[in-house]
Design a protein around this ligand. Sequence first.
Ligand SMILES: [Zn+2]
Ligand SMILES: [Zn+2]
Length: 127
Amino acid sequence: MNSGRCHCQSVKFSFKTNENSFSFICHCNDCNKINGGGHLTALTVKLEDFSSSGKLSIYSYPGGSGENINSHFCPKCGTPIYASLKAHPEVIVLRANAIDDSSDFKPQKSLYPEQAHSWDITTIIQK
Ligand SMILES: [Zn+2]
Ligand SMILES: [Zn+2]
């Protein structure tokens, strides 16, 4: 789990995780809508541990805290690659969908499970 690309392969990236990387599933209404599915799957990566090639477009929208979330995606195929927050410029939220081999991706928590669609079965029971 250290490289990835968008669907059309215009955007490629590499990254490394560390002990503070947080893996999660988000069921909030914004993530459901933007991802065209039941949830977002993502993990946090330090910006300095991430590099990409290829053009990315940015879509900004107000997140739950009122802080703008910047979604970085491939302008050609639309694959979401990562999100960034102005309040936490040192960290990005990398989309697990774009990782080449995500077999060792293990979400630690479900966020906003109360907003999950009833047909989405991925909600993790919080311990
Ligand atoms: Zn693409
Ligand atoms: Zn969300």
